[in-house]
Design a binder for this molecule. Sequence first.
Ligand code: HEC
Length: 140
Amino acid sequence: MHNNKICRNKFKNRPMKISLKIFFLLAITFFAGCFYDSEERLYPSISGPCDDTVVTFSGTVTTILQVCLTCHSNSAASSSGNGIKLQDYNDIMIIVNNGRLIGAVNHLNGFVPMPDGGGKLPDCEIAQLQKWIDNGSLNN
Ligand code: HEC
């Protein structure tokens, strides 16, 4: 009689231990999930929505094109950027006017995708370049 009771308790405790383990696994999964939320979605005010209301050559375009200068600066070997220069307004206007800038950064068919070997520029930066062109690509 006494032995029987111990035996029953032993079995009764098992499912409890297993469900505790499952609970902790779920809890860990849940909290780990929080670390993969994007900052932008959690705190939209930090980075903000894409602002393309005021887009200038000196303020916006040259900043975006900074990442291109490793290969397309005036001092870069012409082999590194196929002779295309993206440092001065007049040089940039060449690829604006022939449509290569927008084709390349949008990775459109028929263009060499830019930045070469890197990921696409952020959508907002592409939208800002487009806006600057739509506004007449001024040297402002
Ligand atoms: C790692 C070097 C590198 C970087 C960074 C780079 N380019 Fe290029 N770019 C090249 C090379 C090399 C070519 C010539 C590719 C070819 O003709 O095969 C090229 C060609 C181009 C062309 C002509 C594309 C065509 O289809 O004719 C444009 C426009 C261009 N780059 C714009 C950019 C812009 C804008 C950026 C930055 C957002 C950029 N590149 C960043 C190396 C680079």
